[in-house]
Design a protein around this ligand. Structure first.
Ligand code: FES
Length: 160
């Protein structure tokens, strides 16, 4: 049995003839392997991927931000704030601002300590209990702005 270590170099080598601006599915497959290797696709690696597949760095950055399951930075907890019409009408926009201010990040970003990643979703399919957000697999319903500090504290300690 031969053991081969998976490295960024051998991932890039395997995709060098197939992945490129004309084949985004191959680029996404490559990025998924990178994600498995590092747990994220950091900025420095995005640059290497762009060079290797002869694509604009902005294309790679856009894919990492938009393709579900890819992230530019490792994180422990993923917060998704609903920005759908029912939640927005019931304070969801203020909720999102409160989370952004508390964490110092915008949607699509990860806190520098890697504790939280913030995302938005157009509807979490729980409109009856708007405004809603999720943290990892847990739904928080009828959330108020004043709930945010304690909610974040619950996840920040002791795991982050
Ligand atoms: S609009 Fe927020 S759950 Fe549907």
């Amino acid at each position: 049995m031969e053991k081969q270590e998976i490295t960024l170099e051998n991932i890039l080598e395997r995709y060098k003839d197939t992945a490129g601006p004309g084949d985004q599915q191959a680029v996404i497959a490559l990025l998924r392997e990178v994600q498995q290797l590092y747990g994220c696709v950091p900025d420095s690696v995005q640059q290497r991927v762009a060079q290797a597949v002869d694509a604009a760095p902005s294309l790679i950055t856009a894919l990492v931000r938009r393709v579900p399951g890819l992230t530019p930075a490792a994180y422990r907890h993923r917060i998704v704030v609903c920005t759908g019409p029912r939640c927005s009408a019931k304070g969801g926009t203020a909720l999102l601002r409160a989370v952004e201010n508390a964490l110092g990040i915008a949607p699509g970003e990860t806190t520098p300590d890697g504790c939280f990643r913030l995302e938005t979703r157009n509807c979490l399919k729980q409109c009856g209990s708007a405004p809603n957000l999720t943290v990892d697999q847990t739904l928080y319903a009828s959330v108020r702005v004043e709930d945010i500090p304690n909610l974040l504290k619950r996840y920040r300690e002791p795991s982050c």
